[in-house]
Design a protein around this ligand. Structure first.
Ligand code: TXE
Length: 504
Protein backbone atom coordinates (compact mmCIF):
# COMPACT_ATOMS: atom_id res chain seq x y z
CA UNK A 1 0.00 0.00 0.00
CA UNK A 2 1.42 3.36 -1.05
CA UNK A 3 0.04 6.35 0.81
CA UNK A 4 0.98 9.86 -0.25
CA UNK A 5 -0.64 13.09 0.74
CA UNK A 6 -1.16 15.22 -2.33
CA UNK A 7 -1.89 18.90 -2.23
CA UNK A 8 -2.35 21.15 -5.22
CA UNK A 9 -2.27 24.88 -5.77
CA UNK A 10 -1.55 27.43 -3.08
CA UNK A 11 -3.72 25.82 -0.41
CA UNK A 12 -2.92 22.99 2.01
CA UNK A 13 -6.13 21.23 2.90
CA UNK A 14 -6.40 20.00 6.47
CA UNK A 15 -8.38 16.78 5.90
CA UNK A 16 -7.61 13.94 3.58
CA UNK A 17 -9.30 10.92 2.03
CA UNK A 18 -8.01 7.72 0.43
CA UNK A 19 -8.58 6.49 -3.11
CA UNK A 20 -8.90 2.75 -3.57
CA UNK A 21 -8.68 -0.01 -6.13
CA UNK A 22 -12.36 -1.07 -6.37
CA UNK A 23 -11.46 -4.68 -7.19
CA UNK A 24 -9.19 -5.21 -4.17
CA UNK A 25 -10.08 -2.30 -1.82
CA UNK A 26 -6.34 -1.57 -1.61
CA UNK A 27 -5.56 2.08 -0.89
CA UNK A 28 -3.72 3.70 -3.82
CA UNK A 29 -3.03 7.18 -2.43
CA UNK A 30 -4.42 9.84 -0.11
CA UNK A 31 -5.61 13.26 -1.23
CA UNK A 32 -6.51 16.49 0.52
CA UNK A 33 -10.11 17.61 1.04
CA UNK A 34 -10.29 21.16 -0.31
CA UNK A 35 -12.36 23.47 1.88
CA UNK A 36 -14.06 26.71 0.89
CA UNK A 37 -10.94 28.89 1.31
CA UNK A 38 -8.75 26.37 -0.51
CA UNK A 39 -11.16 26.38 -3.44
CA UNK A 40 -11.39 30.18 -3.45
CA UNK A 41 -7.57 30.36 -3.47
CA UNK A 42 -7.33 27.97 -6.41
CA UNK A 43 -9.95 29.93 -8.38
CA UNK A 44 -8.18 33.20 -7.64
CA UNK A 45 -4.85 31.97 -8.97
CA UNK A 46 -6.73 30.43 -11.91
CA UNK A 47 -8.00 33.92 -12.84
CA UNK A 48 -4.43 35.19 -13.04
CA UNK A 49 -3.46 32.15 -15.09
CA UNK A 50 -6.48 32.69 -17.33
CA UNK A 51 -5.34 36.22 -18.22
CA UNK A 52 -1.91 34.89 -19.14
CA UNK A 53 -3.30 31.95 -21.13
CA UNK A 54 -5.86 34.10 -22.97
CA UNK A 55 -3.06 36.54 -23.81
CA UNK A 56 -1.10 33.87 -25.72
CA UNK A 57 -1.66 33.65 -29.46
CA UNK A 58 -3.93 30.96 -30.93
CA UNK A 59 -0.79 29.33 -32.31
CA UNK A 60 0.94 29.27 -28.91
CA UNK A 61 -2.04 27.66 -27.19
CA UNK A 62 -2.38 25.17 -30.01
CA UNK A 63 1.31 24.21 -29.80
CA UNK A 64 1.07 23.68 -26.04
CA UNK A 65 -2.10 21.61 -26.27
CA UNK A 66 -0.58 19.48 -29.02
CA UNK A 67 2.50 19.02 -26.80
CA UNK A 68 0.18 17.80 -24.03
CA UNK A 69 -1.50 15.41 -26.45
CA UNK A 70 1.90 14.09 -27.48
CA UNK A 71 2.92 13.63 -23.81
CA UNK A 72 -0.26 11.65 -23.08
CA UNK A 73 0.33 9.50 -26.16
CA UNK A 74 3.93 8.76 -25.15
CA UNK A 75 3.01 7.94 -21.55
CA UNK A 76 -0.29 6.19 -22.33
CA UNK A 77 0.97 3.00 -20.69
CA UNK A 78 1.48 4.67 -17.29
CA UNK A 79 -1.78 6.56 -17.33
CA UNK A 80 -3.72 3.48 -18.48
CA UNK A 81 -2.21 1.46 -15.63
CA UNK A 82 -3.45 4.09 -13.17
CA UNK A 83 -6.95 4.19 -14.73
CA UNK A 84 -7.03 0.39 -14.53
CA UNK A 85 -6.02 0.43 -10.86
CA UNK A 86 -8.34 3.23 -9.77
CA UNK A 87 -11.51 2.28 -11.72
CA UNK A 88 -10.97 -1.47 -12.09
CA UNK A 89 -11.60 -1.41 -15.84
CA UNK A 90 -9.43 -3.65 -18.08
CA UNK A 91 -6.15 -2.12 -19.26
CA UNK A 92 -7.20 -2.16 -22.93
CA UNK A 93 -10.39 -0.24 -22.10
CA UNK A 94 -8.29 2.30 -20.21
CA UNK A 95 -6.03 2.69 -23.24
CA UNK A 96 -9.03 3.13 -25.54
CA UNK A 97 -10.46 5.79 -23.26
CA UNK A 98 -7.17 7.73 -23.24
CA UNK A 99 -6.83 7.44 -27.03
CA UNK A 100 -10.28 8.98 -27.45
CA UNK A 101 -9.31 11.82 -25.11
CA UNK A 102 -6.16 12.39 -27.19
CA UNK A 103 -8.26 12.64 -30.37
CA UNK A 104 -10.39 15.31 -28.69
CA UNK A 105 -7.41 17.38 -27.46
CA UNK A 106 -6.02 17.24 -30.98
CA UNK A 107 -9.30 18.41 -32.56
CA UNK A 108 -9.92 21.17 -30.03
CA UNK A 109 -6.34 22.47 -30.41
CA UNK A 110 -6.44 22.46 -34.21
CA UNK A 111 -9.92 23.93 -34.61
CA UNK A 112 -10.19 26.55 -31.88
CA UNK A 113 -9.02 29.44 -34.03
CA UNK A 114 -11.19 28.49 -37.01
CA UNK A 115 -14.33 28.15 -34.86
CA UNK A 116 -13.77 30.98 -32.40
CA UNK A 117 -11.42 33.47 -34.03
CA UNK A 118 -12.57 36.84 -35.38
CA UNK A 119 -14.52 36.74 -38.63
CA UNK A 120 -16.29 39.30 -40.75
CA UNK A 121 -20.02 38.76 -41.10
CA UNK A 122 -22.48 40.49 -43.47
CA UNK A 123 -23.90 43.68 -42.07
CA UNK A 124 -27.00 43.88 -44.30
CA UNK A 125 -28.34 46.70 -46.45
CA UNK A 126 -29.66 48.87 -43.62
CA UNK A 127 -26.25 48.83 -41.92
CA UNK A 128 -24.18 48.67 -45.10
CA UNK A 129 -21.82 51.37 -43.82
CA UNK A 130 -20.77 49.15 -40.88
CA UNK A 131 -18.09 46.45 -40.89
CA UNK A 132 -19.40 43.65 -38.64
CA UNK A 133 -17.06 41.31 -36.78
CA UNK A 134 -17.90 38.29 -34.65
CA UNK A 135 -15.51 36.50 -32.32
CA UNK A 136 -15.79 34.15 -29.37
CA UNK A 137 -13.83 35.18 -26.30
CA UNK A 138 -12.89 32.97 -23.35
CA UNK A 139 -15.05 33.13 -20.23
CA UNK A 140 -12.12 33.20 -17.80
CA UNK A 141 -12.11 30.27 -15.36
CA UNK A 142 -14.13 27.12 -15.97
CA UNK A 143 -14.82 24.77 -13.05
CA UNK A 144 -15.00 21.15 -14.20
CA UNK A 145 -16.78 18.70 -11.87
CA UNK A 146 -15.98 15.24 -13.17
CA UNK A 147 -17.22 11.67 -12.82
CA UNK A 148 -15.37 8.42 -12.16
CA UNK A 149 -16.58 6.12 -14.95
CA UNK A 150 -14.28 7.54 -17.68
CA UNK A 151 -11.94 9.67 -15.55
CA UNK A 152 -9.81 10.73 -18.55
CA UNK A 153 -12.21 10.83 -21.50
CA UNK A 154 -15.25 12.45 -19.87
CA UNK A 155 -13.72 15.45 -18.09
CA UNK A 156 -11.43 15.94 -21.12
CA UNK A 157 -14.55 16.71 -23.16
CA UNK A 158 -14.80 19.89 -21.10
CA UNK A 159 -11.14 20.48 -20.14
CA UNK A 160 -9.60 20.29 -23.63
CA UNK A 161 -12.31 22.45 -25.20
CA UNK A 162 -12.30 25.02 -22.39
CA UNK A 163 -8.48 25.29 -22.56
CA UNK A 164 -8.45 25.51 -26.36
CA UNK A 165 -10.98 28.34 -26.12
CA UNK A 166 -8.51 30.27 -23.91
CA UNK A 167 -9.87 29.56 -20.40
CA UNK A 168 -8.09 28.35 -17.29
CA UNK A 169 -9.65 25.28 -15.63
CA UNK A 170 -10.09 24.26 -12.01
CA UNK A 171 -10.83 20.54 -12.04
CA UNK A 172 -12.69 18.78 -9.21
CA UNK A 173 -12.67 15.11 -10.16
CA UNK A 174 -14.82 12.44 -8.57
CA UNK A 175 -13.60 11.43 -5.11
CA UNK A 176 -13.24 7.93 -6.62
CA UNK A 177 -10.60 8.91 -9.20
CA UNK A 178 -8.31 11.66 -7.85
CA UNK A 179 -5.08 9.80 -8.68
CA UNK A 180 -5.83 9.65 -12.42
CA UNK A 181 -6.82 13.32 -12.34
CA UNK A 182 -3.67 14.28 -10.42
CA UNK A 183 -1.58 12.55 -13.09
CA UNK A 184 -3.46 14.38 -15.86
CA UNK A 185 -3.07 17.78 -14.24
CA UNK A 186 0.64 17.17 -13.49
CA UNK A 187 1.20 16.12 -17.10
CA UNK A 188 -0.30 19.42 -18.27
CA UNK A 189 2.06 21.30 -15.94
CA UNK A 190 4.96 19.50 -17.68
CA UNK A 191 4.09 21.23 -20.95
CA UNK A 192 2.69 24.48 -19.49
CA UNK A 193 4.88 25.14 -16.43
CA UNK A 194 4.53 28.95 -16.37
CA UNK A 195 1.09 29.33 -14.76
CA UNK A 196 -1.49 27.05 -13.09
CA UNK A 197 -3.72 27.03 -16.17
CA UNK A 198 -5.13 23.63 -15.22
CA UNK A 199 -5.45 23.01 -11.47
CA UNK A 200 -6.69 20.08 -9.43
CA UNK A 201 -8.85 20.43 -6.35
CA UNK A 202 -9.87 17.23 -4.60
CA UNK A 203 -12.64 16.27 -2.22
CA UNK A 204 -16.23 15.08 -2.26
CA UNK A 205 -19.51 16.81 -3.10
CA UNK A 206 -18.82 19.61 -0.60
CA UNK A 207 -15.69 20.63 -2.50
CA UNK A 208 -17.72 20.52 -5.72
CA UNK A 209 -20.32 22.76 -4.13
CA UNK A 210 -17.64 25.26 -3.05
CA UNK A 211 -16.44 25.34 -6.64
CA UNK A 212 -19.97 25.93 -7.94
CA UNK A 213 -20.37 28.85 -5.50
CA UNK A 214 -16.91 30.28 -6.21
CA UNK A 215 -15.84 32.99 -8.64
CA UNK A 216 -15.69 30.62 -11.64
CA UNK A 217 -17.26 31.84 -14.86
CA UNK A 218 -18.88 28.53 -15.79
CA UNK A 219 -19.32 25.04 -14.41
CA UNK A 220 -19.04 21.95 -16.61
CA UNK A 221 -20.67 19.13 -14.67
CA UNK A 222 -20.85 15.39 -15.38
CA UNK A 223 -22.72 13.13 -12.99
CA UNK A 224 -26.27 12.34 -11.90
CA UNK A 225 -29.33 14.49 -12.67
CA UNK A 226 -30.01 14.77 -8.93
CA UNK A 227 -26.57 16.27 -8.26
CA UNK A 228 -26.82 18.50 -11.36
CA UNK A 229 -29.86 20.15 -9.74
CA UNK A 230 -27.85 20.87 -6.58
CA UNK A 231 -24.97 22.26 -8.66
CA UNK A 232 -27.40 24.48 -10.59
CA UNK A 233 -28.89 25.76 -7.36
CA UNK A 234 -25.42 26.65 -6.07
CA UNK A 235 -24.55 28.30 -9.42
CA UNK A 236 -27.79 30.28 -9.33
CA UNK A 237 -26.41 32.48 -6.52
CA UNK A 238 -23.94 34.15 -8.89
CA UNK A 239 -25.85 33.45 -12.12
CA UNK A 240 -22.96 31.18 -13.07
CA UNK A 241 -23.86 29.27 -16.23
CA UNK A 242 -23.56 25.49 -16.34
CA UNK A 243 -23.27 22.74 -18.91
CA UNK A 244 -24.60 19.45 -17.54
CA UNK A 245 -24.08 15.89 -18.77
CA UNK A 246 -26.17 13.66 -16.56
CA UNK A 247 -26.34 10.12 -17.87
CA UNK A 248 -28.99 8.32 -19.85
CA UNK A 249 -31.16 5.32 -20.53
CA UNK A 250 -30.03 4.68 -24.07
CA UNK A 251 -32.03 2.43 -26.36
CA UNK A 252 -30.81 0.31 -29.27
CA UNK A 253 -33.46 -0.45 -31.91
CA UNK A 254 -33.18 -3.45 -34.23
CA UNK A 255 -35.14 -3.29 -37.51
CA UNK A 256 -36.49 -6.42 -39.21
CA UNK A 257 -33.86 -6.14 -41.99
CA UNK A 258 -30.90 -5.53 -39.62
CA UNK A 259 -27.67 -7.51 -39.61
CA UNK A 260 -28.57 -9.44 -36.45
CA UNK A 261 -25.04 -10.67 -35.73
CA UNK A 262 -23.68 -7.13 -35.85
CA UNK A 263 -26.61 -5.83 -33.78
CA UNK A 264 -26.20 -8.52 -31.10
CA UNK A 265 -22.45 -7.99 -30.95
CA UNK A 266 -22.86 -4.22 -30.56
CA UNK A 267 -25.68 -4.56 -28.02
CA UNK A 268 -23.57 -6.91 -25.88
CA UNK A 269 -20.59 -4.56 -25.90
CA UNK A 270 -22.74 -1.46 -25.46
CA UNK A 271 -24.45 -2.99 -22.42
CA UNK A 272 -21.49 -4.67 -20.73
CA UNK A 273 -18.31 -2.76 -21.46
CA UNK A 274 -17.03 -0.85 -18.44
CA UNK A 275 -19.51 -2.96 -16.40
CA UNK A 276 -22.34 -0.90 -17.92
CA UNK A 277 -21.03 2.23 -16.18
CA UNK A 278 -21.28 4.30 -19.35
CA UNK A 279 -23.59 7.28 -19.75
CA UNK A 280 -24.17 6.27 -23.39
CA UNK A 281 -24.19 2.53 -22.65
CA UNK A 282 -27.03 0.40 -24.06
CA UNK A 283 -29.65 -0.17 -21.33
CA UNK A 284 -32.74 -1.04 -23.44
CA UNK A 285 -33.09 -2.99 -26.69
CA UNK A 286 -36.25 -2.90 -28.84
CA UNK A 287 -36.38 -5.54 -31.59
CA UNK A 288 -38.76 -5.85 -34.54
CA UNK A 289 -41.17 -8.74 -33.87
CA UNK A 290 -40.16 -10.92 -36.80
CA UNK A 291 -36.50 -11.15 -35.72
CA UNK A 292 -36.95 -10.89 -31.95
CA UNK A 293 -36.23 -14.54 -31.12
CA UNK A 294 -33.27 -14.86 -33.52
CA UNK A 295 -31.76 -11.66 -32.15
CA UNK A 296 -32.30 -12.69 -28.54
CA UNK A 297 -30.65 -16.03 -29.16
CA UNK A 298 -27.59 -14.31 -30.61
CA UNK A 299 -27.44 -11.79 -27.76
CA UNK A 300 -27.73 -14.55 -25.14
CA UNK A 301 -24.97 -16.43 -26.89
CA UNK A 302 -22.63 -13.43 -26.79
CA UNK A 303 -23.45 -12.14 -23.32
CA UNK A 304 -23.18 -15.56 -21.70
CA UNK A 305 -19.53 -15.70 -22.84
CA UNK A 306 -18.54 -12.38 -21.28
CA UNK A 307 -16.95 -12.41 -17.83
CA UNK A 308 -16.14 -9.75 -15.24
CA UNK A 309 -13.00 -9.89 -13.10
CA UNK A 310 -9.76 -8.15 -12.23
CA UNK A 311 -7.46 -10.54 -14.09
CA UNK A 312 -5.91 -9.66 -17.46
CA UNK A 313 -8.36 -11.84 -19.42
CA UNK A 314 -11.53 -10.38 -17.83
CA UNK A 315 -13.89 -8.62 -20.27
CA UNK A 316 -14.88 -5.96 -17.78
CA UNK A 317 -14.09 -4.97 -14.23
CA UNK A 318 -15.85 -4.38 -10.91
CA UNK A 319 -18.48 -1.78 -10.11
CA UNK A 320 -16.38 1.31 -9.44
CA UNK A 321 -18.96 3.05 -7.23
CA UNK A 322 -19.72 0.58 -4.40
CA UNK A 323 -23.29 1.93 -3.90
CA UNK A 324 -24.13 1.21 -7.55
CA UNK A 325 -24.34 -2.53 -6.80
CA UNK A 326 -27.49 -1.92 -4.72
CA UNK A 327 -29.04 0.15 -7.55
CA UNK A 328 -28.46 -2.68 -10.03
CA UNK A 329 -29.82 -5.22 -7.53
CA UNK A 330 -32.96 -3.11 -6.99
CA UNK A 331 -33.58 -2.81 -10.71
CA UNK A 332 -33.23 -6.55 -11.33
CA UNK A 333 -35.43 -7.43 -8.32
CA UNK A 334 -38.11 -4.94 -9.40
CA UNK A 335 -38.12 -6.31 -12.97
CA UNK A 336 -38.49 -9.90 -11.72
CA UNK A 337 -41.21 -8.93 -9.22
CA UNK A 338 -43.20 -7.32 -12.05
CA UNK A 339 -43.17 -10.51 -14.14
CA UNK A 340 -39.89 -10.02 -16.01
CA UNK A 341 -37.58 -12.95 -16.80
CA UNK A 342 -33.81 -13.12 -16.53
CA UNK A 343 -32.65 -15.10 -19.58
CA UNK A 344 -28.97 -14.57 -18.79
CA UNK A 345 -27.85 -14.19 -15.17
CA UNK A 346 -30.14 -12.70 -12.54
CA UNK A 347 -29.84 -11.70 -8.91
CA UNK A 348 -27.22 -14.42 -8.46
CA UNK A 349 -24.98 -12.53 -10.93
CA UNK A 350 -24.27 -10.02 -8.17
CA UNK A 351 -21.01 -10.99 -6.48
CA UNK A 352 -19.73 -7.73 -5.02
CA UNK A 353 -17.82 -5.85 -6.33
CA UNK A 354 -18.49 -7.74 -9.59
CA UNK A 355 -21.78 -8.22 -11.42
CA UNK A 356 -22.09 -10.83 -14.17
CA UNK A 357 -24.04 -10.08 -17.39
CA UNK A 358 -27.84 -9.95 -17.04
CA UNK A 359 -30.46 -9.96 -19.81
CA UNK A 360 -34.03 -9.21 -18.75
CA UNK A 361 -37.06 -9.81 -20.99
CA UNK A 362 -40.82 -9.28 -20.60
CA UNK A 363 -40.13 -6.36 -18.29
CA UNK A 364 -42.97 -3.79 -18.10
CA UNK A 365 -41.98 -0.41 -19.50
CA UNK A 366 -42.78 1.36 -16.21
CA UNK A 367 -40.39 -0.79 -14.17
CA UNK A 368 -37.14 0.64 -12.83
CA UNK A 369 -34.95 -1.42 -15.16
CA UNK A 370 -36.60 0.31 -18.13
CA UNK A 371 -37.33 3.77 -16.73
CA UNK A 372 -34.30 4.60 -14.52
CA UNK A 373 -30.57 4.67 -15.22
CA UNK A 374 -29.20 1.29 -14.07
CA UNK A 375 -25.50 1.96 -14.81
CA UNK A 376 -24.68 -1.74 -14.57
CA UNK A 377 -24.03 -4.74 -16.86
CA UNK A 378 -27.71 -5.40 -17.48
CA UNK A 379 -30.00 -4.86 -20.47
CA UNK A 380 -33.72 -5.22 -21.13
CA UNK A 381 -34.90 -6.65 -24.46
CA UNK A 382 -38.46 -6.21 -25.77
CA UNK A 383 -40.24 -6.90 -29.08
CA UNK A 384 -41.81 -4.03 -31.05
CA UNK A 385 -43.99 -3.98 -34.18
CA UNK A 386 -41.51 -1.94 -36.22
CA UNK A 387 -38.92 0.85 -36.13
CA UNK A 388 -41.62 3.44 -35.44
CA UNK A 389 -42.77 1.69 -32.28
CA UNK A 390 -39.14 1.24 -31.23
CA UNK A 391 -38.58 4.99 -31.64
CA UNK A 392 -41.78 5.77 -29.70
CA UNK A 393 -40.73 3.60 -26.73
CA UNK A 394 -37.14 4.83 -26.86
CA UNK A 395 -38.40 8.41 -26.72
CA UNK A 396 -40.78 7.70 -23.83
CA UNK A 397 -37.98 8.36 -21.33
CA UNK A 398 -37.03 11.22 -19.04
CA UNK A 399 -33.53 10.87 -20.47
CA UNK A 400 -32.35 11.78 -23.97
CA UNK A 401 -28.61 11.22 -24.31
CA UNK A 402 -27.62 8.62 -26.93
CA UNK A 403 -29.25 5.85 -28.97
CA UNK A 404 -28.53 3.31 -31.72
CA UNK A 405 -30.46 1.94 -34.69
CA UNK A 406 -29.61 -1.20 -36.62
CA UNK A 407 -31.20 -1.30 -40.08
CA UNK A 408 -29.91 -2.36 -43.52
CA UNK A 409 -32.23 0.12 -45.26
CA UNK A 410 -30.24 3.36 -45.12
CA UNK A 411 -33.24 5.65 -45.53
CA UNK A 412 -35.23 3.91 -42.79
CA UNK A 413 -32.21 3.86 -40.46
CA UNK A 414 -31.54 7.58 -40.94
CA UNK A 415 -35.25 8.45 -40.57
CA UNK A 416 -35.39 6.57 -37.25
CA UNK A 417 -32.15 8.26 -36.13
CA UNK A 418 -33.67 11.69 -36.83
CA UNK A 419 -36.87 10.84 -34.92
CA UNK A 420 -34.99 9.74 -31.82
CA UNK A 421 -35.05 12.54 -29.26
CA UNK A 422 -31.52 11.79 -28.04
CA UNK A 423 -28.60 14.17 -28.58
CA UNK A 424 -26.61 11.53 -30.48
CA UNK A 425 -27.58 8.43 -32.48
CA UNK A 426 -25.35 5.75 -34.00
CA UNK A 427 -26.69 3.85 -37.02
CA UNK A 428 -25.36 0.27 -37.34
CA UNK A 429 -22.87 0.74 -34.48
CA UNK A 430 -22.85 1.84 -30.84
CA UNK A 431 -21.29 4.87 -29.15
CA UNK A 432 -19.32 5.71 -32.33
CA UNK A 433 -20.35 9.40 -32.08
CA UNK A 434 -18.15 9.79 -28.97
CA UNK A 435 -15.06 9.17 -31.11
CA UNK A 436 -15.93 11.80 -33.74
CA UNK A 437 -14.51 15.00 -32.23
CA UNK A 438 -16.36 17.31 -34.62
CA UNK A 439 -19.74 16.03 -33.33
CA UNK A 440 -21.25 17.77 -30.31
CA UNK A 441 -22.07 15.52 -27.34
CA UNK A 442 -24.87 16.11 -24.83
CA UNK A 443 -28.51 15.46 -24.15
CA UNK A 444 -31.87 16.80 -23.11
CA UNK A 445 -34.31 16.22 -20.24
CA UNK A 446 -32.71 14.37 -17.32
CA UNK A 447 -29.61 13.87 -19.48
CA UNK A 448 -28.79 17.55 -19.04
CA UNK A 449 -28.16 20.41 -21.45
CA UNK A 450 -25.42 22.18 -23.34
CA UNK A 451 -22.76 20.46 -25.42
CA UNK A 452 -19.17 19.35 -25.14
CA UNK A 453 -17.05 18.29 -28.20
CA UNK A 454 -17.04 19.83 -31.65
CA UNK A 455 -17.56 23.46 -32.57
CA UNK A 456 -20.53 23.71 -30.16
CA UNK A 457 -18.27 22.33 -27.42
CA UNK A 458 -15.70 25.05 -28.06
CA UNK A 459 -18.36 27.78 -28.14
CA UNK A 460 -19.83 26.45 -24.88
CA UNK A 461 -16.80 27.90 -23.06
CA UNK A 462 -16.87 31.33 -24.68
CA UNK A 463 -18.95 34.45 -24.91
CA UNK A 464 -19.78 35.74 -28.36
CA UNK A 465 -18.41 39.21 -28.95
CA UNK A 466 -20.05 41.32 -31.66
CA UNK A 467 -18.34 44.45 -33.02
CA UNK A 468 -19.54 46.96 -35.59
CA UNK A 469 -17.01 49.43 -36.99
CA UNK A 470 -18.33 52.32 -39.00
CA UNK A 471 -16.40 52.36 -42.29
CA UNK A 472 -18.22 55.33 -43.88
CA UNK A 473 -20.87 57.88 -42.99
CA UNK A 474 -24.41 56.50 -43.39
CA UNK A 475 -26.68 57.87 -46.10
CA UNK A 476 -29.25 58.41 -43.37
CA UNK A 477 -28.09 58.73 -39.78
CA UNK A 478 -30.74 56.78 -37.92
CA UNK A 479 -29.12 57.00 -34.51
CA UNK A 480 -29.12 60.77 -34.23
CA UNK A 481 -31.61 63.42 -33.09
CA UNK A 482 -30.83 65.16 -36.38
CA UNK A 483 -32.84 62.43 -38.17
CA UNK A 484 -35.68 63.96 -40.21
CA UNK A 485 -39.14 62.78 -41.25
CA UNK A 486 -37.85 62.57 -44.79
CA UNK A 487 -35.06 60.22 -43.62
CA UNK A 488 -37.70 57.98 -42.04
CA UNK A 489 -39.78 58.00 -45.24
CA UNK A 490 -36.71 56.90 -47.22
CA UNK A 491 -36.08 54.14 -44.73
CA UNK A 492 -39.67 52.90 -44.80
CA UNK A 493 -39.62 52.89 -48.63
CA UNK A 494 -36.45 50.80 -48.53
CA UNK A 495 -38.07 48.45 -45.98
CA UNK A 496 -41.09 48.00 -48.28
CA UNK A 497 -38.82 47.05 -51.20
CA UNK A 498 -36.71 44.72 -49.08
CA UNK A 499 -39.29 43.09 -46.81
CA UNK A 500 -42.78 44.03 -47.99
CA UNK A 501 -43.19 41.39 -50.67
CA UNK A 502 -46.21 39.13 -50.13
CA UNK A 503 -45.47 35.45 -49.39
CA UNK A 504 -47.94 32.76 -50.27
O1 TXE B 1 -22.64 10.97 -9.04
P1 TXE B 1 -22.70 12.46 -8.54
P2 TXE B 1 -22.11 9.63 -8.40
C1 TXE B 1 -24.86 8.63 -12.59
C2 TXE B 1 -24.98 7.14 -12.41
C3 TXE B 1 -24.54 6.93 -11.00
C4 TXE B 1 -25.07 8.16 -10.32
C5 TXE B 1 -24.37 8.51 -9.04
O2 TXE B 1 -26.32 6.73 -12.56
O3 TXE B 1 -25.13 5.82 -10.42
O4 TXE B 1 -24.88 9.17 -11.29
O5 TXE B 1 -22.97 8.61 -9.24
C6 TXE B 1 -19.68 15.85 -7.39
N1 TXE B 1 -22.11 20.01 -5.61
N2 TXE B 1 -23.62 9.01 -13.21
O6 TXE B 1 -22.48 9.50 -6.96
O7 TXE B 1 -23.13 12.57 -7.13
C7 TXE B 1 -19.02 14.54 -7.01
O8 TXE B 1 -18.03 14.75 -6.04
C8 TXE B 1 -21.11 19.89 -6.51
C9 TXE B 1 -23.69 9.33 -14.61
O9 TXE B 1 -20.67 9.51 -8.74
O10 TXE B 1 -23.50 13.18 -9.55
C10 TXE B 1 -18.49 14.07 -8.37
O11 TXE B 1 -17.28 14.73 -8.67
N3 TXE B 1 -20.57 18.73 -6.86
C11 TXE B 1 -22.46 9.87 -15.11
C12 TXE B 1 -19.57 14.53 -9.34
O12 TXE B 1 -20.28 15.56 -8.65
C13 TXE B 1 -21.05 17.61 -6.31
C14 TXE B 1 -21.19 9.64 -14.48
C15 TXE B 1 -20.55 13.45 -9.75
O13 TXE B 1 -21.16 12.94 -8.60
C16 TXE B 1 -22.10 17.65 -5.36
C17 TXE B 1 -21.28 9.37 -13.07
C18 TXE B 1 -22.64 18.92 -5.01
N4 TXE B 1 -23.64 19.05 -4.14
C19 TXE B 1 -22.47 9.05 -12.51
N5 TXE B 1 -22.37 16.38 -4.97
C20 TXE B 1 -22.37 10.22 -16.54
N6 TXE B 1 -23.09 11.24 -16.94
O14 TXE B 1 -21.61 9.61 -17.27
C21 TXE B 1 -21.52 15.57 -5.66
N7 TXE B 1 -20.72 16.31 -6.46
Amino acid sequence: MVTTLRTQGPARPADSFPTMNPATSEVIATFGVFGEDDVAGAVESAHRAASWWAGLSWKDRRTRLLAWKSYLTRYIGRLAELVHTETGKPLADAQLEILLAIVHIDWAARNARKVLGPRRVRSGLVAINQAATLEYQPLGVVGVIGPWNYPVFTPMGSIAYALAAGNAVVFKPSELTPAVSDWLVSSFAEVVPEQPVLQLITGDGRTGEFLARSAVNKIAFTGSAATAKKVMAACAENLTPIVAECGGKDALIVAADADLDAAADAAAWGALSNAGQTCVGVERVYVADGVYHSFLEKLIDRMAQVRPGDDREADYGPMTLPGQVEVVERHIADALARGGRAVVGGLASIRKPFIGPVILTEVPEESRAVAEETFGPTVTVAPVADLDEGVRLANASRYGLGSSVFARNKKAGMAAARSLRSGMTAVNSVISFAGVPSLPFGGSGDSGFGRIHGADGLREFTRPKSITRQRMKPMVNLTSFSRTDQDMRKLLNLATVLHGRRYK
